[in-house]
Design a protein around this ligand. Structure first.
Ligand code: GLC
Length: 724
């Protein structure tokens, strides 16, 4: 391949090479000479093949949003969806799908959160890597985006995301790192925003030092559409392709920059070479197979991503003979996705009411409220009257399509008042109410204690109406678990005081304490915690055994479905540092998960492996991940707040703490040099029970002991303390 690239590059003039660094139009690259054209399309929820930027796209399967896919916690499902989208892309002559988005959900107000996986980088990275595997298995490239810190829509094309190094490394980059290292995406899309003042589209540290030199990425970096600011700086930073094209002005700028020496031809060739390499890779992909219909693939995923948040008295699943009232306009027109570049033109759309009537003829319907939030008493009263005829009331509440879109963040977490009023009234009037909340991000549910059942359904594609019927009637189990915390109120959220920031910058002041890391640390009770989700059946977790070998810990267990119907348990593994840490750390972090399918009575094995990275934090001084020696509690559970196993392990770690003359006595006394130090202090008449003494650095002991301790004694203490 490299020879062909070099040969083709040599065939190009400087002008042609510079022109190659921007697209030919909104969706494809230039194709000078024998260089093939690359065709790109959005998006994460299905192929959005449009003629121009925001044109209506050709029909394609509209899959569950990535937010809904994340709630499946099912890596194989993520690969299935990626494979299905990749196969449809190939059949539509698309070489690169501009997906997945893996930006972390810093605030539930984020307008594109429906397009992203999680508040947790481990879950996001694992699901995204499998999704990329699926797409690329079809000979279609993926484009992991938006690199990096595009966690809000407000002023997204100019704002600077100002973040400290640990939060950058531990929260906002790991999902990208996992995808790069485990799935080798053909492309990475750089974000619009600035990172600590420098636009991502010209951020050498991000695009070259971290992405290529540290993580070994060897694919192409494409700009987000319109993200290029200074094209020369972009080439220097490692931004290969500017989209959309043709960007003729920038081509001229590049030509002049090379001619006057501001830009080396070597840098130019590096970028042009990667465009050519990708073009050859795409051209070399196997012939597309005829597209299959993926409506049922999407429907299975949609059901498995639905989260049964509450089910008092086992109200769900419904029994077909029950008289059911379906209330709400979403029962006729479900919100299957969000606005912006991920909007897919579906091949068909399942209507919840129609799909429910397949299982249960006596389903009454009332619109109940207007999706624009305009009060309408006639609709309100009709809904109450309809509910009065039913054994069970199913209300579909949630966010309208317009309320969740690229380009705009929400400014509150409220549902429209007309919806809250109706849910309240229905719950006051009826004892069997199920509320289905369809939203691309958390909303406040002030009435959450009232209905017997709450089912959370993120926008889940064209077949979510059928999936809702499947779940309501128990054909499918709602095996989703929340991939983000649902807070009681906006004011509880981690970045509430600093989202979406000011005119020029947004400070990520909460640092690493994002999502459940915040609620855990603040001991805030969320409405529904990260990882939460109920089942229609029950599970037992037994025979839990662990084996430790230094920093490596393996845990085996058995999971049994103790209920009477098929179920899909999700076991989550969290690591919780015990005792003092070199740096402030979250109380616990997700470091493993697996999902099973178990028939009634079936038992299966699970194995989890933890290694040094599972216990590590990012040391900004050493500029590497380090595992501090000490004790950690490993927890296995069914959510971030519900555990069936806790076990403490002491690991050797990967670093030894280095003590210096500035180390306080309180750091040294617990170490193997503690006894000798106590003896020396005693002989020197230093009373370590005095708090001010314990916090005294070693270097001050000669002063504190009136000269009885010498600097040489302190040096000996440090030598011994660091010798372990
Ligand atoms: C958009 C989005 C990006 C998308 C691209 C092409 O502005 O930020 O996710 O892939 O443009 O539509």
């Amino acid at each position: 391949m490299q020879e062909s690239v070099e040969k083709l590059l040599k065939s190009l003039s400087l002008e042609e090479k510079c022109a190659l660094l921007s697209g030919a139009d909104a969706w494809s690259t230039k194709a000078p000479g024998d260089i093939p054209q690359i065709n790109m399309s959005d998006g994460p929820h299905g192929v959005r093949k449009a003629r121009v930027m925001m044109d209506a796209a050709d029909p394609a399967t509209c899959f569950p949003t990535l937010a809904a896919l994340a709630c499946t916690w099912d890596k194989s499902r993520a690969e299935d969806i990626g494979r299905a989208i990749g196969s449809e892309a190939a059949s539509m002559d698309v070489d690169v799908i501009l997906a997945p988005g893996v930006n972390i959900k810093r605030s539930p107000l984020g307008g594109r959160n429906f397009e992203y996986f999680s508040e947790d980088p481990y879950l996001a990275g694992q699901m995204a890597a499998r999704y990329v595997d699926g797409v690329q298995s079809q000979g279609v490239g993926a484009s992991v985006k938006h690199f990096a810190l595009n966690s809000q829509e407000t002023r997204r094309m100019s704002i600077s995301a100002d973040v400290d190094e640990r939060a950058l490394r531990e929260i906002y980059l790991p999902a990208f790192e996992t995808v790069i290292r485990e799935a080798s995406p053909w492309t990475v899309m750089c974000a619009y925003n600035r990172l600590n003042g420098v636009f991502c589209s010209e951020n050498y540290r991000l695009l070259t030092q971290i992405l290529r030199e540290e993580w070994g990425f060897d694919g192409l970096v494409v700009s987000d559409w319109g993200a290029v600011v200074d094209r020369v700086e972009g080439v220097k930073a490692g931004l290969d392709l500017e989209m959309p094209g043709p960007a003729d002005e920038n081509t001229l700028i590049l030509i002049n920059a090379v001619r006057d020496g501001r830009l080396s031809e070597k840098d130019m060739d590096a970028c042009a070479g990667r465009v050519v390499a990708l073009a050859l890779k795409c051209a070399g992909a196997p012939e597309a197979r005829p597209p299959r219909n993926h409506h049922m693939t999407a429907r299975r995923c949609a059901a498995e991503g639905m989260v049964l948040a509450k089910n008092d008295g086992g109200l769900l699943p419904l029994i077909p003979a029950q008289r059911v009232a379906l209330i709400g306009p979403f029962g006729m027109e479900p919100v299957i996705g969000g606005g912006g570049s991920s909007t897919v033109t579906p091949t068909k759309v399942d209507v919840p009411l129609e799909e429910m009537r397949v299982y249960d003829p006596p389903v009454f319907y009332a619109k109940g409220f207007r999706t624009d939030g305009t009060p309408d008493d006639a609709l309100f009263n009709e809904a109450l009257a309809t509910a009065a005829k039913a054994d069970v009331v199913v209300v579909m509440a949630g966010l309208s399509f317009e309320a969740q879109t690229e380009g705009a963040d929400r400014d509150n977490l409220s549902l429209p008042a007309v919806q809250n009023r109706l849910v309240d009234a229905l719950c006051d009037a009826h004892k069997n109410v199920v509320v289905i909340v369809t939203a691309g991000a958390p909303v406040e549910l002030p009435w959450a204690n009232k209905p017997k059942a709450i089912l959370i359904a993120y926008p889940a594609g064209q077949s979510m109406g059928g999936a809702i019927a499947d779940v309501l009637y128990g054909i499918k189990e709602p095996s989703g678990r929340l991939a983000e915390t649902w807070p009681v109120r906006l004011e509880d959220t981690p970045c509430h005081l600093e989202f979406p920031g000011g005119a020029d910058a947004v400070r990520y002041g909460e640092g690493v304490f994002v999502g459940y890391r915040w609620y855990d640390g603040r001991k805030l009770a969320p409405l529904f915690p990260f990882g939460h989700g109920l089942s229609y059946t029950t599970f037992q977790f037994t025979d839990i055994n662990s084996v430790q070998n230094g920093n490596d810990i393996t845990i085996d267990l058995k999971v049994t479905n103790t209920g009477s119907r098929t179920g899909r348990p999700v076991v989550q593994v969290y690591v919780a540092p015990q005792g003092t840490a070199y740096v402030p750390r979250p109380l616990q972090e997700l470091k493993g998960f697996e999902k099973l399918r178990l028939s009634a009575g079936e038992t299966a094995h699970m194995t989890f492996s933890l290694d040094a990275r599972s216990f590590s934090y990012y040391d900004v001084n050493k500029t590497e991940w380090v595992a501090e020696p000490g004790t950690y509690e490993v927890r296995l559970g069914t959510s971030s707040r519900s555990f069936f196993y806790k076990q403490k392990f002491t690991i050797p770690g990967t670093v030894r703490r280095q003590f210096t003359v500035h180390s306080p006595l309180s750091d040294l006394l617990p170490t193997q040099v503690g006894d000798k130090l106590r003896m020396m202090l005693g002989e020197a008449g230093v009373d370590i029970s005095i708090p001010i003494v314990a916090s005294t650095p070693l270097r001050a002991l000669p002063m504190f002991s009136n000269g009885r301790m010498k600097p040489a004694d302190c040096d000996e203490i440090i030598r011994l303390a660091n010798s372990g």
